[in-house]
Design a protein. Structure first.
Length: 289
């Protein structure tokens, strides 16, 4: 009887044992492979078109392109984004660009009689004709300049008529300690040794000029500020570590007149000026754009 029961138990439990063993092996296989399901999409096989079919489709495409009209990329009437100017006022209409009747335009450039690179546009009309519109881009110069007592920089903008802006400051080194409450009577009582005065100046010029080919002549008006301080030496080294100290002498502001010229040689701008009021020569070197 026991043998019959054991046989029935084996017959019933054997499928479950086999299925459980198979499931364990499958899960271990998935775990070791790092993927729960290996999906391999079926690759569709696409037949390549024949040479005759390709030529027919290409011919149809070429015939269709003959009737293609380029989009109208004409800028707004008043404001425009230009590769030479950036966003701003639409100058092309003022330079003679057509208002109507054209399909599209292409950027272009040319060199004027003075050798400066200038912007231009080629307008293409519906009938295939073209029209070149030349722009008038101003010449911009930026550089540094120096005189016997000051150093600074200059900026010019314009073409035949140009405007010039300059600013410079004194280059004298001041190693003294400044005291605004010391007077000359104090220094006389101390009997300190006098040193050279400390002079601080700064000048701003604004002017206008006229170009003749690649050279120009200009006149400028300047606003000058000059501040002079007395400087003495403290033998006790109380007022400063190096003994030099200073206190006010005078501070004045006045106008000056300056004449000058400039010359553009390729990308460089050479500039020379003479201040009639201060009687000094100013030499500058810059880059023109």
């Amino acid at each position: 009887m026991k043998k019959i029961i054991l046989s029935l138990f084996l017959v019933v439990s054997l499928p479950f044992l086999l299925f459980s063993q198979s499931e364990r092996m499958q899960k271990q296989s998935f775990r070791s492979s790092g993927s729960g399901f290996n999906y391999q999409p079926s690759q569709s096989i696409q037949s390549r078109p024949s040479i005759g079919e390709y030529q027919q489709k290409q011919s149809a495409r070429n015939r269709n392109s003959e009737y293609y009209v380029a989009p109208n990329n004409r800028p707004g009437r008043y404001f425009v984004t230009d590769p030479y100017w950036g966003w701003g006022w639409n100058r092309w209409d003022m330079w003679g660009a057509p208002m109507i009747g054209w399909n599209y335009w292409m950027p272009y450039s040319y060199y004027n009689d003075w050798g400066y690179r200038q912007p231009a546009r080629i307008y293409v009309y519906k009938d295939g004709k073209t029209d070149t519109i030349k722009g008038i881009k101003p010449i911009v110069s930026l550089g540094i300049q120096s005189s016997a007592r000051e150093v600074g920089g200059f900026f010019t903008v314009g073409k035949k008529t140009y405007f010039i802006f300059e600013h410079q400051r004194s280059n004298q080194k001041d190693k003294s300690v400044f005291y605004k409450n010391i007077t000359m009577s104090d220094v006389i009582d101390w009997k300190d040794r006098k040193l050279a005065d400390v002079t601080k100046t700064n000048t701003t010029y604004i002017g206008v000029g006229k170009r003749y080919k690649r050279s120009g002549l200009h006149a400028s008006v300047g606003i000058n500020n000059e501040k002079v301080n007395y400087q003495y030496f403290d033998e006790l080294f109380v007022l400063s570590n190096n003994g030099n100290y200073s206190f006010p002498n005078y501070d004045q502001t006045y106008w000056s007149l300056k004449l000058g010229m400039l010359h553009d040689a390729k990308v460089l701008t050479f500039k020379g000026d003479y201040d009639l009021t201060n009687r000094e020569v100013i030499i500058g070197l810059g880059i023109n754009f």
